[in-house]
Each structure stands twice: as C-alpha cells, then as structure tokens.
Unconditional design. Structure first.
Ligand code: 1GP
Length: 238
C-alpha cells in the first residue's frame, strides 16, 4: 500500500504546493505515450490523475502500465464511475459529489465500487467533490445530472466543504469542470482553505501558469491541469 495521502498531508504542512496532470484515457494515443510521459516527468507535476466523466475506451490498465515504465510519479484514479477502476494505479480518489443531490453520485456508485476496490491494493482517498458553476455546462454537470453551486455563494460552498470534512473525507476537491469557461473563484478558494483543515484540490478551467499561481496563493494545496496540457504538452515551459 502506498502513502500518497500521507505525503499530501506532509506537503501541506510544509506549504509545498502540488500539481496533478489529468489524463483522459479517451484522449490518449498509446503509440505516443512514452513522449507524453517523459514530458510530464520533466514538468513540475507531482501526481498524475487518470479519468474522466465518461471514459469509453478500455485501455486503462495498459495506459497505466506504460506510464509506469517511463515515470515514477504517483498515479491516482479520478473516476467518473466504477468502470474506471484499475489495480495498476497507486490510489483512487473515492469521490462523493457532495455539491449535488443525485444519490447515484453520492453513494450508489460507491456501493458498486467498494467490493471491487476491496480486491485491490489501491490506496483509497475519500474525497468530497464540489462542483462550482463555471459559465458553461461541463461534462461533470451533464453526466452527473447535478447543478453546480452558485459561484457567488461563498457561504454555501464553504458549508458544503465543511460538511464534507465532517463526514470524514480526507480531501476536498473544488471543481469548475473540465474545459470550464471560468475557474473556481479565488475568493472561494481562500474562504474554504481558511475554514477547513484537510487539503484542498482545485481544478477546472485553469489555463495558464498564472492561474495555477493564483490558485496556490488563494490556498489551493494541489492544482489539477487537464485540458490546457492536453492541447499543449509544453504548457509548463511557457
Ligand atoms: C477536471 O479539474 C479537472 O476534472 C481539470 O480541468 O481540463 O479544465 O484543466 P481542465
């Protein structure tokens, strides 16, 4: 069993910021994976997240095996549903979509996933997942059939994060959605990070290095970059 969560806590206590590159298996060409992974390895990324709201290909195991041949970063599953579990990864964000009121994403998928996860060595990291309104309908909103939280209602977002923490989640993930027009408001990151003890992940719609820096300065412990890296593997060099 890995110690990924312990390392995230340690980084938080030392104020070392973390960065995850999100890979969507549907958008990966296995023939070019070695090049992609060596670029990730040379980037400031500290973690690789793998997943998507709806993954249709079944290259997950093979993808992870190939990444591991070229890279030592921890690989964490970020699944949209229980079909996206692979025991080749190191850990899984065991997500509960606590901003929504759809029981499938609050508990049903988790009930289906639990017996599968019991048979793996994956480190399970329970995560309160909070979707924030971003100016466009994102895949998470469409697939989960839940409404994101109002981006101006900081108190509701904070109470949701605190409830997630009190329920025993180990992380809170503030999500604007992949390809979001607007990232999570910095004021919201600030307010939530100030009012919870557990590490705060932020992602969705962050498209440049300044956006990452701003999220860190507002209190994010780990930033997730997906789309911007997909379009430009040299993202971190620019
Ligand atoms: C999505 O937060 C991640 O779940 C990343 O979003 O693709 O917009 O970077 P982007």
């Amino acid at each position: 069993m890995t110690n990924i969560y312990k390392d995230i806590l340690k980084a938080k206590s030392e104020n070392t910021k973390l960065l995850a590159v999100l890979l969507d298996p549907d958008k990966i060409d296995l023939h070019t994976i070695a090049v992609l992974v060596s670029k990730i390895h040379q980037s400031p990324a500290t973690h690789i997240f793998i997943g998507g709201s709806q993954v249709t290909t079944n290259i997950l195991d093979e993808l992870i095996i190939q990444i591991k041949q070229n890279c030592t970063l921890p690989i964490i599953l970020f699944p949209g549903n229980p079909s996206q579990i692979s025991d080749k990864a190191d850990a899984i964000l065991f997500l509960s979509l606590i901003s929504g009121r759809n029981p499938d994403f609050l508990i049903e998928h988790q009930v289906k996933a639990a017996p599968i996860l019991k048979k793996t060595q994956l480190e399970i990291i329970s995560t309160g997942y909070i979707l924030i309104e971003s100016g466009n309908e994102t895949a998470v909103e469409r697939v989960s059939k839940t409404k994101p939280l109002d981006r101006n209602n900081l108190d509701l977002a904070m109470a949701t994060a605190q409830a997630g923490e009190m329920l025993g989640n180990k992380l809170i993930y503030l999500e604007a959605g992949s390809g979001a027009k607007q990232a999570v408001p910095l004021e919201m990151i600030k307010k939530i990070s100030y009012n919870i003890e557990i590490p705060l992940l932020v992602g969705g719609g962050i498209v440049d290095l300044q956006g990452i820096e701003n999220a860190y300065n507002a209190g994010a412990d780990l930033v997730v970059i997906g789309t911007a890296y997909e379009y430009n593997n040299n993202f971190f060099k620019e």
